[in-house]
Design a protein around this ligand. Structure first.
Ligand code: HEM
Length: 216
């Protein structure tokens, strides 16, 4: 198996395991998000729990759909044999990004960790759709490589929640920080970290022209 195919399969496995984990937490372990909501202290605005839960569920469902839809479009073989599907699926990915962004805009003011975290999420709520729109504008101008680069940058942010939770657990376990402090630092770190990882992926998979990191 080539290196690019292996990376793609690994990414698909991470996406599948993460979605199964999210489904388990949301439907079985903690459907009312009691643990997560319990970690929110000193909120600047009163939180309407039912509305927050509804928005969060919409957020999670479209986030998971977006993760799958984006992953499918990175397959080079699939793109070559199903160009029309690739195009439609690309626009569908944009819709999911917009909906995740919109729901994030509602949840950000109530973010765990306070105002600084709200601002960080608001910045991401603008950056992520912007990267995705740039990617689509690039392909409309037939700039394939630039389209691929911006889609990799956009897709990296599908791993926001996973990265924030991994880093939060790491800081809690290794430094003994509180959940709120660990979460705060993790959100600040995740935004530049995912951009950096996207740049590494771009350099790894785009050494040769016309390659994506899916199966060829
Ligand atoms: C695409 C993959 C994503 C998934 C699967 C996802 C999933 C979730 C989940 C399950 C929650 C509930 C809290 C928790 O248990 O963590 C949540 C909260 C949230 N998400 Fe996402 N999310 C994703 C991407 C994003 C992105 C890209 C943004 C920003 C543009 C974002 C902004 C937020 C905000 C602001 C909250 C509320 C955080 C808080 O209350 O502290 N999410 N997300």
């Amino acid at each position: 198996m080539s290196k690019s195919k292996l990376s793609y399969v690994l990414m698909l496995a991470i996406v599948a395991i993460f979605i199964l984990y999210i489904a388990f937490v949301q439907w079985i372990q903690d459907p009312e998000a009691a643990v997560f909501l319990g970690s929110k202290t000193n909120l600047n605005h009163p939180l309407n729990k039912n509305l927050w839960l509804t928005v969060m569920r919409v957020h999670v469902v479209f986030a998971c759909i977006g993760m799958v839809s984006g992953a499918v479009n990175f397959s080079d073989r699939f793109r070559r044999t199903n160009r029309k599907f690739h195009r439609l699926n690309g626009y569908w990915y944009l819709v999911t990004v917009m909906l995740v962004g919109l729901t994030s805009g509602y949840m950000a003011p109530y973010a765990t960790g306070g105002r600084g975290v709200s601002i960080a999420f608001n910045v991401l709520t603008m950056l992520w759709p912007a990267f995705t729109v740039i990617a689509i504008l690039q392909i409309r101008k037939k700039r394939i490589q630039s389209h691929q680069k911006w889609m990799i940058r956009s897709y990296a942010y599908c791993f926001t929640n996973l990265t924030v939770h991994l880093l939060t657990s790491f800081f809690q376990a290794s430094a003994g920080w509180s959940y709120a402090d660990s979460y705060r630092v993790s959100v600040y770190m995740t935004i530049p970290l995912l951009y950096f990882i996207a740049e590494i992926v771009i350099r790894m998979v785009m050494k040769k022209p016309q390659r994506t990191f899916g199966p060829t």
